[in-house]
Design a binder for this molecule. Structure first.
Ligand SMILES: C[S@@+](CC[C@H](N)C(=O)[O-])C[C@H]1O[C@@H](n2cnc3c(N)ncnc32)[C@H](O)[C@@H]1O
Length: 421
């Protein structure tokens, strides 16, 4: 397993994708993060607060926010993941698809940097959590889903048109079936003190209680502006919530990462619990707030490493993504063609003809770029392993057949173009 190529108490400033891509594989024990939720609005901090001036945009568009190389990477290497993204795009909106694609490329990296015994908690609300779960199943594997935690709070408005929306969702996945988990206890109140001979009963101001193993509904008050930990940052979360996650899913001195760390709730919680931490945020004032909070809330002075430079991988760029790892392959050297260039090249070579059933199309949009030897069998992304197929052939081929296998199957099923028979 590689050594971390970053220091404890580092705060990176910038887009988390590039920092995540620079981090060595399998170096982080726990990721606890609260990304934007696709709320289709902009968030602004309270004026005159510690976080004054902070704002972030939470609106997404495929056209504006999605880079072609993300789409290419996912389409080529993780076709099932692309289907999860597209289902969000078609079921909800273009914006939701774009947000899922933005998250997916980052979650692939988060999966890579987690240790085999590591876990991830993703914080969303009901706007996007179900689409994120499909994306997480495609990346982490549905078998590694552990909990959908309901964070229940009571503050905020209510509507007369539906039930009050008073919870957020935290999706908890582990990287494998062998992961760190420290069961926690919580108070369970009893209606009276008598008749429980086999359990220990305690009393506090609210009444009699016993301690039971913690369940997946967490009743924790949302942060109020007048609490000492409140910085004025618009989406700041309570420390209690993140401390609970860190206690359950990491051990002393473990490395905790928050790639969307905002005003540093995760780093502060990690520091208080004796864990190491790394935070990333695109907001330029995050550093001052982190230093202030660590000083005020943990008594830590002057030890935060602030960095805008990418960490350099020292682990030979190992992919370390067992669930989705495609067979080891070496792409030929030379400039890499984009998917669009490969498409144009094949069209010029063969015309608008499907290479699976030899049907000709008037409109080339009926043809899709696919691999000859499937990626899962070690097929290259290179042009030498690419074909244009019509939709039905592409679906039939899936990652089951090579091109010659697909043609044989088409012949058997009577789908080959009649012109060639
Ligand atoms: C919901 S807030 C996190 C709040 C945090 N849990 C707290 O308690 O302060 C989301 C954060 O993600 C940051 N962010 C959005 N896109 C980012 C990106 N591409 N890279 C790094 N940070 C990003 C925003 O600046 C914002 O601070």
């Amino acid at each position: 397993m590689a050594e971390p190529n970053f220091k404890n108490r580092t705060l990176y400033h910038g887009d988390n994708l590039k920092f995540l891509r620079g981090m060595n594989s399998e170096t982080v024990a726990l990721i606890a993060t609260d990304p934007p939720f696709n709320k289709n609005r902009d968030f602004h901090a309270t004026p005159d607060s510690l976080a004054a001036g902070a704002k972030f945009q939470d609106r997404w568009s495929w056209e504006r926010d999605i880079h072609q190389d993300w789409v290419d990477q996912i389409t080529d290497d993780y076709p099932r993941l692309m289907e999860a993204i597209e289902s969000a795009r078609f079921a909800h909106s273009d914006g939701m698809g774009a947000f899922m694609c933005f998250m997916a490329v980052r979650l692939l990296e988060m999966h890579r940097v987690l240790k085999p015994t590591g876990s991830i908690y993703l914080h969303f609300d009901s706007t996007a959590s179900h689409y994120v779960k499909a994306v997480m199943d495609a990346i982490f594997g549905w078998r590694n889903f552990r909990n959908e935690i309901v964070w229940l709070y009571k503050t905020g408005g209510v509507s007369k048109r539906w039930f009050g929306r008073k919870h957020d969702t935290l999706l908890f996945y582990s990287k494998s079936s062998k992961y760190v988990f420290n069961p926690q206890k919580e108070k369970s109140y009893l209606s009276h003190k008598y008749g429980f001979s086999n359990i220990e009963i305690h009393q506090d101001k609210q009444g009699y209680f016993t301690m039971v193993t913690m369940r997946d509904v967490w009743d924790i008050p949302a942060l109020r502006g007048n609490q000492p930990e409140a910085t004025g940052f618009p989406t700041q979360k309570p420390l209690t919530l993140y401390e609970r996650i860190i206690k359950a899913s990491s051990n002393n001195d473990d490395m905790v990462l928050d790639p969307f760390c905002g005003c540093a709730t995760t780093p502060v919680a990690a520091e208080r619990l004796g864990r190491q931490w790394v935070g990333i945020d695109i907001w330029d004032k995050a550093h001052e707030v982190v230093v202030d909070r660590l000083k005020n809330e943990v008594g830590l002075f002057g030890e935060v490493h602030y960095d805008t430079e990418l960490p350099t991988r020292t682990d030979d760029a190992q992919p370390a993504a067992p669930f989705l790892r495609v067979k080891q392959r070496h792409e030929p050297p030379g400039p890499k063609m984009s998917r669009a260039e490969m498409y144009a090249h094949l069209l010029e070579q063969h015309g608008a003809r499907c290479q699976g059933c030899y049907r000709d199309f008037d409109d080339p949009r009926y043809l899709q770029l696919d691999h000859n030897v499937p990626r899962s069998d070690g097929g290259l992304n290179h042009i030498s392993n690419r074909v244009l197929l019509c939709g039905p052939c592409n679906r039939l081929k899936s990652n089951i057949y090579t091109l010659s296998g697909l043609r044989r199957e088409n012949k058997k099923l009577g789908y080959m173009s009649k012109d060639l028979l």
